[in-house]
Write a protein that binds this ligand. Structure first.
Ligand SMILES: Cc1cc2nc3c(=O)[nH]c(=O)nc-3n(C[C@H](O)[C@H](O)[C@H](O)COP(=O)(O)OP(=O)(O)OC[C@H]3O[C@@H](n4cnc5c(N)ncnc54)[C@H](O)[C@@H]3O)c2cc1C
Length: 396
């Protein structure tokens, strides 16, 4: 691992940093990740506007090939970009699932016509995307999905239901997994379709999360007509395409988390709240706990660097993706639960209440932290992957 940046990378950092300084909204929130809570239509429109500013500046999907509107940026530059976005408290972009999942999958598997049609509008967020994989009886075991697509002339006719579909209420398009041949073995007989969410027969119903937000939905498909040209890859061979999307998801979700900033915020909370006539920070057991979190956050940061090094050497993504996803989401869960201990009885105050300590952010984060241990493959599933593929244990 070489921790030095090349002069080109440093120049790239300066260029992006000065662009951000000139263009960032002045009224942006303290913590962009928390700012999406209870966002509402007005907040969404604000982020959409910011996304378009970034896109006009050429700062969306920077690692995508230039021919599809990206900058062809290196992995190292992508990392610098992520660091600068966090450092400057830049608002989150919209269309995360389009940029992280749909776009790269279409670039890899799509026909030239599909690439030309969909990819530019993903980057510009003219079209928002969602991911229709999970179903009421197919989550971890996605191969048992039952949504049916029956071929009729130039169309597929879709019937079935998806669930936990993030951003479906904003989405114009969906990457949808359907069963096209129920007689084939489970992993075969699945196809990957691009579905217009405004088609007749698509119904989106919001689901309320434990945080009170409604960031995901259940989606019903009733005789929805999808043109055959919206098939990605071959009919009945959608599993391979679906795995490509999952690979991008794990790499994206795992690689983004650096929890060291959150450790510092937790230390600030310990200095703010009082217990036994002094601040919680004065209690050595509290400081030890924070030191433990700090060590773990650093360890995951370097594991992420190790993953980056592998990729820079041209090796395929290693098991680090699962280790980082599992480790950071579980660490986040423990940290937010510890914040509840620090807050004591104040932890029970609704995060929107005027008396909530530290803008209620810890109660909100604690409620949200469970979801991230489930999304993109639950902790148990990551344990299975690490057990089987890293430790070589037999399948359970
Ligand atoms: C915030 C959030 C956003 C999401 N967004 C999307 C989205 O945009 N699109 C989408 O398609 N899905 C989305 N999901 C769904 C997510 O992918 C599933 O919830 C997840 O894969 C688990 O599936 P499940 O909920 O059906 O639980 P199940 O698979 O039924 O699992 C139930 C429990 O059993 C455990 N378990 C299951 N199988 C095994 C096993 N083999 N070994 C050990 N333990 C096991 C699980 O870990 C879990 O604890 C989202 C979920 C969340 C929380």
């Amino acid at each position: 691992m070489d921790f030095n940046y090349s002069p080109e990378d440093e120049a790239f950092r300066r260029q992006f940093r000065s662009w951000l300084e000139a263009n960032l909204p002045k009224d942006r929130s303290e913590n962009p990740v928390d700012s999406v809570r209870a966002e509402g239509e007005e907040g969404w429109q604000r982020r959409l506007k910011w996304h378009r500013t970034m896109h006009e500046g050429g700062w969306v999907g920077i690692s995508w090939p230039k021919e599809y509107g990206g900058r062809g940026a290196s992995l190292m530059q992508q990392m610098i970009y992520n660091e600068e976005m966090v450092r400057s408290r830049a608002p989150l972009l919209v269309n995360g699932l389009g940029i992280m999942l749909a776009g790269p999958t279409i670039i890899q598997w799509g026909t030239e016509e599909q690439k030309q049609r969909y990819v530019p509008k993903i980057l510009s967020a003219e079209e928002i995307w969602c991911q229709g994989y999970s179903e009421p009886n197919a989550g971890s075991d996605i191969a048992s999905l039952q949504t049916r697509a029956v071929e009729e002339g130039d169309y597929f006719i879709i019937n079935g239901q998806k669930v936990w579909t993030s951003e479906a209420h904003h989405a114009d398009w969906c990457i949808l997994l359907c069963r096209t041949d129920p007689d084939l073995p489970r992993h075969k007989g699945i196809s990957y379709l691009l579905v217009d969410m405004h088609s007749p027969g698509v119904t989106v119903r919001p689901l309320v999360q434990i945080t009170g937000d409604s960031n995901f939905d259940e989606v019903f498909f009733e005789d929805v007509k999808v043109p055959r040209k919206n098939l990605v890859g071959q009919k009945n061979q959608g599993w391979q395409v679906a795995m490509t999307t999952l690979m991008f998801e794990r790499a994206g979700v795992g690689g983004r988390r650096d929890l060291s900033a959150q450790v510092k915020e937790l230390a600030a909370l310990a200095k703010m709240v009082r217990r036994n006539g002094t601040t919680a920070w004065e209690d050595s057991s509290v400081r030890q706990k924070l030191a433990q979190f700090a060590c773990e956050a650093e360890a995951f940061k370097y594991t992420a660097y190790r993953q980056l090094t592998r990729q820079l050497k041209g090796l395929p993504p290693g098991p680090e993706g699962s280790i980082i996803k599992l480790g950071t989401t579980e660490l986040n869960l423990r940290m937010t639960n510890f914040a509840m201990e620090l807050l004591g009885p104040y932890s029970q105050i609704d995060y929107r209440a005027p008396f909530a300590i530290d803008r209620g952010q810890w109660s909100y984060r604690m409620l949200a932290s469970r979801g991230s241990t489930i999304a993109a493959g639950s902790s148990e599933i990551q344990h299975n992957i690490i057990g089987e593929r890293v430790l070589g244990l037999p399948k359970g």
